[in-house]
Design a protein around this ligand. Structure first.
Ligand SMILES: Cc1cc2nc3c(=O)[nH]c(=O)nc-3n(C[C@H](O)[C@H](O)[C@H](O)COP(=O)(O)O)c2cc1C
Ligand code: SF4
Length: 517
C-alpha cells in the first residue's frame, strides 16, 4: 500500500514531516504494511500537508492532515480509502487540479523526485533521447518553432537566445539556470526543483547539446535548502547513469552540471548581476552590450534561462514543437505555471495555457479572498508588476495583453489584496523596495528611489499634494527612461498604477478616517 506525503518546503512548513512520521508510527503500531513516498507537492497548498493514498492506481486525497489527525484517519480506514472529514476524493478530480493543463509540472507530485527510475518510468529523458542524434541547429529550430519564451520575466524567445549562443564561436560555452526566484508571491521554480529536479537537468542538458556548451550551473537562491538537496541528489543519480558527464548515454557528447548558492539579493536574479555573483564578485548589473549570449559567464558565450524555461524544453523535444505551441494565445505559446499567493482562499500552483482571464484564475481557481472580503487589488508579476484594480480582472493571461494595460505577467506570481489594503502604503513599499535592493550602479535608481519614498511620504501627509504628485510622476519618468536595468526601470509600474487606480488612498483625510493598518 502506497501513501504519499509531500516533502515540498511549503508542506514541510505546515508540518508534513511530523505527519509522515505519525503515519509511519501508527501503521507500525497497527501492523499495517505501507510504503511511504515523499513526493513533490501537487500545488494545492491550502490542503497541505496533503496525504494521498493509492487505491488501485487512483490517488485519494486527505488534507490538511496534521500529525494529531493520523490515529483518527486510521480508525476511519483511510488506508483503505474510506471517507473522513478530511477526505476530498480522487486528487485529480478536485476541480482546482482537474482544470489545469500540466505540461511542465506533469510529474510534480506524481513521482519520487529523487528516483531516476521513477522519472524514466514517467516519460523522463525521452526529450534528450530525441535530441542526442540531432544537430544543434535542429534542436534550436524545434525550440524556436514551439514559441517558447523565457519564463523568468522578460519573455524573450528562448530559441533566438540559443541560436545566438550556437552561432558564437568559442571552445568553451556555458548554460546557466536562473533559479534565484526573487519575485514576491512566486514559488514555481522551487516547487519544480523540489518536485521534479530531473526535468530541469534534462532541459539544461538539451540546451548544452544544442548550443555546444559542455558545462552548466544552477544559480539557486540560498533560501532554498530543500531544492538544493533535491537537485544534488538528482544530479548524482543522473551522473551515475551517464545522463550527465563526458559521454552522455554513449553519444560522445558531454555536459557537466553543478549547483551554486545565490548571494541573497534581489538584484542577483537580474541576469548580468547573477553572472557577476557566479564569478564570485558583488552582484552588480553589467552594461549591455555585450549580450551574455556572446560574452556571459567568464566572458564566454552563455545561455541564461529561468528554471521553468529549461524545464519546458524536454516536453517540446518529446512531443514536438507543434504539440507545445498548440497551447496558448497570440505570441504567448504553451502554458504558464501561475502562482496564487497573498489574501486568496486557495493559494497554490495553477499551470494553464495562456489565455485564461485573471478573474477566472482568482475566482474559479483561487475561490476569492481568504478573508472573504472583496478583492480590491492584485499585483501580478512580482514587486515590479502593476497593481491591477477590479476593472482589469478580465485581462487574459497573455504577455501582450498585460503590456497593453501597463502591467506584466512576469514569472506568473499573483499577490492578492482585499479591500482593507492601503494602496498608498503599497506604493511606498514598492519604492522602498527599489531603494533597498538597488545595486547602486546608476543614479536614477540609487538616489531617485530614496527621493521617491520621501515624495510619497509628503504626498500622503498632504504637504502641497498636487506638487508632490507632479514631482512623483516626473521622478517615475526619469526612473523609466534613465535606469540601466528593469529594477529601476519598472518600479514606476506599481507606484503609478497605485496612484492612477486608487487615488483616493493618497488623500490624507480619507486615509486618516479609514480603519486600515
Ligand atoms: C531586478 C531583476 C530581477 C530578476 N530576477 C529574476 C529571477 O529571480 N529569476 C529569473 O529567472 N529571472 C529574473 N530576472 C530576469 C533575468 O534578468 C533574465 O531575463 C532571465 O534570467 C532570462 O531567462 P528567461 O529568458 O528564461 O526568462 C530578473 C530581472 C531583473 C531586472
Ligand atoms: S536600475 Fe538600479 S539595480 Fe538596475 S543597474 Fe541601475 S542602480 Fe542597479
Amino acid at each position: 500500500m502506497k501513501i504519499y506525503v509531500s516533502r515540498d518546503a511549503a508542506a514541510l512548513g505546515v508540518g508534513a514531516d511530523q505527519t509522515a512520521q505519525a503515519i509511519a508510527a501508527e501503521a507500525k503500531r497497527r501492523a499495517i504494511d505501507i510504503e511511504l513516498v515523499r513526493n513533490g507537492s501537487r500545488g494545492l497548498l491550502w490542503l497541505e500537508p496533503l496525504v494521498e493514498v493509492d487505491i488501485d492506481g487512483t490517488r485519494l486525497a486527505y488534507g490538511p492532515v496534521q500529525a494529531g489527525d493520523v490515529p483518527d484517519l486510521f480508525d476511519a480506514g483511510f488506508a483503505q480509502g474510506k471517507p473522513h472529514a478530511l477526505f476530498h476524493g480522487a486528487t485529480e478530480q478536485i476541480p482546482y487540479f482537474k482544470k489545469q493543463q500540466r505540461l511542465t509540472f506533469a510529474r510534480v507530485g506524481i513521482t519520487d523526485p529523487r528516483s531516476l527510475a521513477d522519472y524514466l518510468a514517467h516519460g523522463g529523458y525521452r526529450g534528450l533521447a530525441n535530441a542526442l542524434p540531432l544537430r544543434g541547429a535542429d534542436i534550436v529550430a524545434r525550440v524556436t518553432a514551439s514559441g517558447l519564451r523565457g519564463r523568468g520575466g522578460a519573455a524573450f524567445p528562448a530559441g533566438i537566445k540559443w541560436k545566438t549562443v550556437l552561432g558564437a564561436e568559442n571552445a568553451q560555452k556555458y548554460i546557466v539556470c536562473n533559479a534565484d526566484e526573487g519575485d514576491s508571491g512566486t514559488f514555481s521554480d522551487r516547487m519544480l526543483m523540489e518536485g521534479d529536479p530531473f526535468v530541469l537537468i534534462e532541459g539544461m542538458t538539451i540546451a548544452g547539446i544544442a548550443t555546444g556548451a559542455s558545462r552548466g550551473y544552477i544559480y539557486l537562491r540560498w533560501e532554498y535548502p530543500q531544492a538544493k538537496l533535491a537537485l544534488e541528489a538528482a544530479i548524482a543519480a543522473a551522473r551515475a547513469d551517464s545522463y550527465l558527464g563526458q559521454n552522455i548515454r554513449g553519444s560522445g557528447k558531454a555536459f557537466e552540471l553543478e549547483v551554486r548558492m545565490g548571494a541573497g539579493a534581489y538584484i542577483c536574479g537580474e541576469e548580468t548581476s547573477l553572472l557577476e555573483s557566479l564569478e564570485g564578485k558583488r552582484g552588480q548589473v553589467r552594461f549591455k552590450p555585450p549580450l551574455p549570449a556572446l560574452q556571459g559567464l567568464w566572458a564566454k558565450p552563455t545561455v541564461i534561462n529561468n528554471v521553468i524555461t529549461f524545464a519546458s524544453v524536454p516536453i517540446i523535444l518529446d512531443r514536438g514543437a507543434e504539440f507545445y505551441q498548440h497551447f496558448g494565445m497570440g505570441r504567448s505559446r504553451g502554458t504558464l505555471p501561475m502562482q496564487l499567493a497573498g489574501n486568496i482562499k486557495h493559494g497554490g500552483l495553477v499551470e494553464i495555457a495562456f489565455g485564461m482571464t485573471l478573474r477566472e484564475l482568482l475566482y474559479d481557481f483561487g475561490g476569492g479572498s481568504h478573508s472573504g472580503r472583496p478583492i480590491r487589488a492584485v499585483q501580478v508579476g512580482g514587486p515590479l508588476g502593476a497593481y491591477l484594480p477590479e476593472s482589469q480582472f478580465d485581462t487574459p493571461l497573455d504577455y501582450e495583453a498585460f503590456a497593453a494595460i501597463k502591467g506584466m505577467l512576469g514569472h506568473g506570481g499573483i499577490v492578492v489584496f482585499d479591500d482593507s489594503v492601503d494602496m498608498a502604503a503599497q506604493a511606498r513599499y514598492a519604492m522602498e523596495f527599489c531603494a533597498i535592493e538597488s545595486c547602486g550602479k546608476c543614479t536614477p535608481c540609487r538616489i531617485g528611489s530614496i527621493r521617491g519614498v520621501e515624495v510619497i511620504d509628503r504626498l500622503v501627509a498632504g504637504e502641497d499634494a498636487a506638487k508632490q504628485e507632479t514631482i512623483l510622476r516626473d521622478l517615475c519618468e526619469t526612473l523609466t527612461y534613465g535606469s540601466l536595468c528593469a529594477l529601476g526601470g519598472l518600479t514606476p509600474y506599481p507606484v503609478i498604477s497605485a496612484l492612477n487606480h486608487f487615488p483616493e488612498d493618497f488623500v490624507k483625510p480619507i486615509r486618516a478616517s479609514s480603519a486600515v493598518g
